[in-house]
Design a protein around this ligand. Structure first.
Ligand SMILES: NC(=O)c1ccc[n+]([C@@H]2O[C@H](COP(=O)([O-])OP(=O)(O)OC[C@H]3O[C@@H](n4cnc5c(N)ncnc54)[C@H](OP(=O)(O)O)[C@@H]3O)[C@@H](O)[C@H]2O)c1
Length: 386
C-alpha cells in the first residue's frame, strides 16, 4: 500500500487506473493539442465517483470534469477523499481557472499524480500549492509518461519552443485519391472534394482555433469566406490571415464582405512584404481589413514564414488552422512549421496540381489515427520533426 492512498486502493489498482485514464485521455489528443491529454478520477472510500478528461482545447480540464461528475454522483462531497490525475494539476490561469484551486475548494485531502508538468515555468508548482494547503500528494512517476500519453505536449514545452514561441499549426486539407488538392474540371464545381460530414467537422474545428491561415493562391482561385457556420461555434470565429506578399487580393474578395446571417467571421489580416503597393494596401484597408508589412524569406519573394509565426504569436494566436493550397502547404511542411495534420481523402479520382502523396509516404506521424467521415477517409497525426 502506498502511503497516502486511500484504503481500498493499493499500488497495483492505482497503477492500473492511471493506465486506463491515460489511454482514455489520449483519445482526445487531436482535439486538445497543444494542450496535454489528461484524465482524472475522484474517489470516496475507495469507490470511484467521478471521472473526467480534457476533451477539447480551451475546454474544462480533466480535474474539473471529474469533480463535476462526482458532484452528480450519490457520494456527498465530505466523503470525497482522493483524486487520481495523470498530470500535475495546473496552478496558473489559462483559458480556464487553475485546477489546484478547484481541488482545494473540493476539500479532497489526497491527490495521486502520474507525472510532473514538463514546462519548467510550472513544474512542481501545482504540487507545492496543494501541499502547502495541507493536501497529501503522492507522485507516482513513471505511471503516466508524457512521451507516451501526450508526446505533442513535450514538443510544445520543449526548451527550443519556449525560447522561440510559435503557434501550434494544424494543417488540414482535402485531397483526391491521387493526393491532389484540386478536383478534376467538372467535379465538385472545380473546388469541392470532401463530403458534407467532413465540411461540418471542419466548421467545428474552425471554431476551435485562434486563426485560419491561407495563401493568396487560394483566395484568387476559390474566393473563400473562411467563415464559421453551424455546427461550428459562430461566436468564436477565428482571425482570417492571408499570406499575400504583393497584395494581389482584390478589395471585392468575398472574405471582405459582411457576414451573412448564421455566419461567424473574424477580422481579416493580410501579411505582405514591407513597402509593397501602398495604393493596394489602402484599398484593402478601406474594404475593412488590416495590412501588415513583414520581411521576406531568404529563399524567395514571399513573406518569411518565421516572420508570419512571430506576427501570429504577437497577435495572441496560439492555435492555427492552415487551410492553404499546395504551394503554401508544402512550404510550411518543409519548414517544419506544421505540428498536426488532418487529411480528408474524398472518393474522387485524379485531380489538378501537385500531389501530397510523396510527403504522406515519407512523413512519420506520431499518434497516427485513421477513421472515416461520411464517405471520406480521414488521417490525423503529429508530423515528427525532421
Ligand atoms: N483541397 C484543399 O484542402 C485546398 C485548400 C486550399 C486551396 N486548395 C486549392 O489550391 C489551389 C490554389 O493553390 P495555391 O498553391 O496557389 O494556393 P496557396 O498555397 O493557398 O497560396 C500560394 C501563395 O501563397 C503566397 N505565399 C506567401 N508566403 C508564402 C510562403 N512563405 N511560401 C509559399 N507561399 C507563400 C504565395 O504568393 P505570393 O508570393 O504572391 O505571396 C503563393 O503563390 C486552388 O485550386 C484551391 O482550390 C485546395
Amino acid at each position: 500500500m502506498i502511503r497516502g492512498i486511500a484504503s481500498g486502493l493499493d499500488e497495483g489498482r492505482t497503477t492500473h487506473l492511471m493506465e486506463e485514464l491515460c489511454r482514455e485521455a489520449a483519445a482526445f489528443r487531436f482535439e486538445v493539442a497543444p494542450n496535454p491529454c489528461v484524465g482524472a478520477a475522484v474517489f470516496a472510500g475507495g469507490r470511484e465517483v467521478g471521472r473526467g478528461f480534457h476533451r477539447r482545447w480551451g475546454g474544462p480540464h480533466a480535474e474539473v470534469e471529474a469533480l463535476s461528475a462526482a458532484a452528480g454522483s450519490d457520494a456527498p462531497r465530505e466523503r470525497w477523499d482522493l483524486l487520481i490525475v495523470t498530470l500535475e494539476p495546473c496552478s496558473s490561469l489559462g483559458k480556464t481557472g487553475p485546477c489546484v484551486e478547484a481541488i482545494l475548494a473540493s476539500g479532497i485531502s489526497r491527490v495521486v499524480v502520474g507525472a510532473l508538468d514538463p514546462d519548467p515555468r510550472h513544474r512542481g508548482a501545482g504540487i507545492e500549492r496543494l501541499r502547502s494547503n495541507g493536501v497529501e500528494v503522492v507522485l507516482l512517476e513513471g505511471t503516466a509518461p508524457l512521451e507516451r500519453v501526450a508526446p505533442h505536449f513535450a514538443r510544445w514545452t520543449s526548451a527550443d519552443r519556449l525560447r522561440r514561441p510559435r503557434p501550434w499549426m494544424i494543417a488540414k486539407w482535402a485531397q483526391t485519391r491521387s493526393g491532389q488538392l484540386t478536383p478534376p474540371v467538372g467535379v465538385g464545381e472545380g473546388r469541392w472534394i470532401s463530403t458534407t460530414a467532413s465540411l461540418e467537422e471542419v466548421a467545428v474545428l474552425r471554431g476551435r482555433v485562434d486563426a485560419i491561415v491561407s495563401g493568396v493562391g487560394t483566395v484568387l482561385a476559390d474566393d473563400p469566406r473562411f467563415c464559421v457556420r453551424p455546427p461550428g461555434d459562430i461566436g468564436a470565429a477565428p482571425l482570417r490571415v492571408i499570406l499575400d506578399s504583393c497584395l494581389r487580393t482584390p478589395p471585392e474578395a468575398a472574405m471582405l464582405r459582411s457576414p451573412a446571417p448564421g455566419e461567424g467571421v473574424g477580422a481579416v489580416h493580410f501579411l505582405s512584404l514591407v513597402g509593397v503597393g501602398a495604393a493596394r494596401a489602402e484599398a484593402l484597408r478601406a474594404a475593412g481589413s488590416s495590412v501588415h508589412g513583414l520581411h521576406g524569406a531568404e529563399s524567395g519573394g514571399h513573406v518569411s514564414l518565421s516572420a508570419v509565426e512571430a506576427w501570429l504569436w504577437d497577435a495572441g494566436v496560439r492555435r492555427v488552422l492552415l487551410e492553404a493550397g499546395p504551394t503554401l502547404l508544402r512550404a510550411c511542411l518543409a519548414a517544419g512549421a506544421v505540428d498536426q495534420v488532418r487529411v480528408y481523402t474524398g472518393a474522387v479520382n485524379g485531380g489538378r496540381g501537385p500531389s501530397m502523396g510523396e510527403w504522406l509516404g515519407s512523413a512519420t506521424l506520431d499518434g497516427r489515427a485513421e477513421r472515416e467521415c461520411g464517405e471520406d477517409a480521414v488521417l490525423e497525426g503529429f508530423p515528427r520533426p525532421v
